[in-house]
Design a binder for this molecule. Structure first.
Ligand SMILES: [Zn+2]
Length: 448
């Protein structure tokens, strides 16, 4: 008997926690954090306590109370008793927190399978931020390799998403073939990988498919310029037409976007300046064999004022110091505002006080165009006005559109489809050519 149970990833976007069971072998597909659940009870400085392990998470149903899953540490202040692990593995689709953040509660001896690049990103994040994904028996793989766990055979495929190292899975079980998409798009630099994955998936004539639907909605209100190439084209038009200061913000792990903006910078005769954590990520991916922008050539490091504010090595963490030596700071940018493009996230806007832009542009290259009701958006807008910076939303999504997903599903034609990672899973039922669409209920076991 093979069964799947959804403990997360339903009723909203993200938080995938899907249990796959086959003849006593029990494996998780992702173990992420659901933002929806978190947002209901926590806001601003009111956050679950790290010191209480899983306690606050259990209270609000943000983690399932399951025996033999969590570490002693996580259960220390809860009413769930620690037991020897009863699970065989976790398979990670990609290193975004809605897919991996709750791994930190897991028993350390449960193996975590993740792509080599996905693991490199996790390592960088743990090194350069307060993020902690826990200690694990990590087993890294190269996409395409087959991995056996009991009667299950996993075949990860590289897939295009807004983070490198993302995978979709074709899984052979003792009752048939299962396809798990993770998150995907087909308009970034790895579009060919997405097409290949779904081609293979179609050949397998899958019995079950679990598919994301982030952008499936009655109307897609988010503003996208199109694909990654369009972002480059639109941004280049803007940046090459000005001699004024330019700053841009993107998702910190979106290496494709960072690459796009390093090209926009050089296309417009500027140099991209990035923070130390981005430099750590890029240099680490480079040493892992990925083709990414090169430090010193395609970008330089921008040193923020830290600790004593003297820009000396001791103001910085040990891992940052090697980047600080040749870094640029506000003085360079202030003197020559047409020479650089600064990667500046909202929480580092104080740099503008030092840079003193004469006038210029701020490119918001991530989702959520500003809505005036959000306090953060209002503050951002005040800063931009204060420094005479014009706001531009230039973004391409990390996910396929509803139409693209419909076309993909019509090709793969799974016998059963479980939509997840979506605010509107019911809209999958409107797609033509699908045999059976099942809207998964939380914690209900579906056998196949
Ligand atoms: Zn996701």
């Amino acid at each position: 008997m093979t069964a799947i149970t959804f403990y997360g990833g339903i009723g909203g976007i993200g938080g995938n926690k899907i249990l796959l069971e086959d003849k006593g072998t029990r494996v998780w597909l992702d173990f992420g954090e659901s933002f929806g659940a978190l947002d209901n009870y926590f806001v601003g400085f009111l956050q679950p306590r790290d010191s209480a392990g899983a306690r606050d998470y259990f209270e609000f149903g943000m983690l399932p109370k399951i025996q033999g899953l969590y570490s002693r540490e996580a259960l220390k202040f809860t009413d769930l008793k620690y037991g020897e692990p009863e699970f065989d593995a976790v398979f990670v689709s990609h290193s975004h927190s809605d897919h991996i953040a709750h791994m930190r509660f897991l028993d350390e001896s449960i193996p975590v399978h993740v792509s080599r690049i996905g693991k490199a990103i996790i390592d960088c994040w743990e090194k350069s931020s307060t993020a902690d994904y826990g200690r694990h028996d990590y087993r890294t793989f190269e996409p395409g390799k087959r991995i056996k766990v009991g009667p299950l055979e996993f075949r990860p495929f590289e897939i295009d998403h807004s983070i490198p190292g993302a995978c979709g899975y074709i899984i052979h079980t003792s009752s048939g073939t299962l396809v798990y998409t993770g998150d995907f798009r087909k308009h970034g630099p790895r579009r060919a990988s997405t097409l290949k994955f779904f081609e293979k998936a179609a050949e397998e004539k899958p019995d079950v498919m679990i598919c994301e639907g982030t952008r499936i909605a009655p109307s897609d209100e988010t503003i996208y310029v199109g694909d990654e190439d369009d972002v480059r084209r639109v941004a280049k038009n803007l940046v090459s037409g000005t001699r004024n200061f330019v700053a841009a913000t993107f998702y910190p792990r979106d290496v494709d976007r960072i690459t796009t903006f390093s090209r926009v910078s050089s296309d417009s005769g500027r140099q991209l300046l990035v923070p130390t954590d981005t430099a750590l990520l890029l240099t680490s991916l480079e040493s892992n064999g990925m083709k990414v922008p090169k430090l010193g050539k395609d970008y330089r490091v921008y040193a923020r004022r830290k600790r004593k504010g003297t820009f000396e090595a001791r103001d910085y963490y040990t891992w940052e110091r090697r980047f600080i030596r040749d870094a640029v700071n506000f003085e360079h940018v202030r003197k020559d505002q047409s020479k650089y493009m600064v990667y500046l996230s909202f929480h580092n806007f104080n740099e503008l006080v030092d840079i003193k832009p004469v006038a210029g542009h701020f490119i918001h290259s991530r989702s959520e165009p500003m809505s005036e009701e959000e306090p953060e958006a209002a503050v951002m807008s005040n800063w931009l006005e204060h420094f005479k910076l014009q706001f531009h939303q230039i973004h391409a999504s990390g996910h396929c559109s509803g139409k693209e997903i419909e076309e993909i599903l019509q090709r793969v034609r799974p016998a059963k489809l479980f939509p997840i990672h979506s605010k509107h899973p019911e809209l999958f039922k409107k797609f033509s050519g699908l045999r059976q669409v099942i809207l998964p209920e939380p914690r209900r076991k579906y056998e196949f």
